[in-house]
Ligand binder design. Structure first.
Ligand code: SF4
Length: 242
């Protein structure tokens, strides 16, 4: 098959970009297993475009993505982290909670939402929704802790977002609960404040997204718990309907 010059330059450019990406993530070799090749074939596609998702199970896909980023240096947050906080829970969850970034306890343990805010999220899930943490999936927009628990910067979100997208494509949830402004804005690609985004469903690639306040915000502003509970109740109602 002959390839014209323009097409050849585009293909080699794409290969160069991809190898650069792998190098940035710390890749030191190539895993050419069918499962890994499946991930690479679908890299960059929307969840709705991925034809052969059935070939690799969600737990396997998540494990491949976890391994792919295990030495990631794509952004400056890699310099200060103790652990990459990938995510935890049911790989086939119908509901995924997405926060902004790991905090101190999460960085130390490598597990998402284990500090004070995490305990509040667990209460919401267990006492409010009558679910367990093992029935849902919990993760963050960025996988490494920003210094001093500051919100992640735009450059850090852009660097890490492809990993979250791949996680969501692997899990295929029906719902996402975006916890806090950074998470909601990153998922929905908007600058609208959380006060205007929360309380109603939005769409991310066919998945219903309910933004609400981050549990850490609720720890500092308990008066916001009532609005959060209203958002969670809307989510629960839809979960029952689908
Ligand atoms: S925050 Fe994400 S992109 Fe940045 S180093 Fe950590 S895993 Fe890589």
């Amino acid at each position: 098959m002959r390839m014209d010059k323009k097409h050849f330059i585009a293909v080699t450019g794409e290969i160069r970009n991809h190898l650069g990406f792998l190098a940035e993530t710390g890749c030191q070799g190539f895993d050419c297993s069918e499962k890994s090749l499946d991930i690479l074939r679908n890299w960059g596609k929307d969840a709705s475009q991925v034809q052969n998702r059935q070939q690799t199970s969600s737990p396997d896909m998540l494990e491949i993505i976890r391994r792919l980023i295990s030495n990631c240096r794509r952004c400056k947050l890699s310099a200060g982290r103790m652990n990459i906080v990938f995510g935890a829970g049911n790989p086939g969850a119908r509901l995924v909670f997405v926060g902004d970034a790991p905090g101190y306890e999460e960085d130390q343990s490598g597990e998402p939402f284990v500090g004070e805010a995490g305990q509040l999220l667990t209460k919401i899930i267990e006492n409010g929704m009558k679910l367990t943490r093992n029935q849902v999936y919990v993760c963050n927009i960025v996988k490494c802790r920003p210094p001093g628990n500051r919100p992640p910067g735009p450059d850090e979100i852009i660097a890490c977002l492809p990993f979250l997208k791949r996680q969501i494509a692997a899990i295929k949830p029906a719902f996402i609960c975006a916890l806090g402004e950074s998470a909601a804005q990153a998922i929905l690609i908007t600058r609208e404040p959380i006060s205007r985004l929360r309380g109603r469903f939005h769409n991310y690639e066919g998945i219903k997204v309910m933004p609400t306040f981050h549990p850490a915000h609720l720890v500092r502003h308990p008066e916001k718990k009532r609005e959060t509970w209203e958002d969670i109740q809307k989510l629960m109602k839809e979960l029952k309907n689908i």
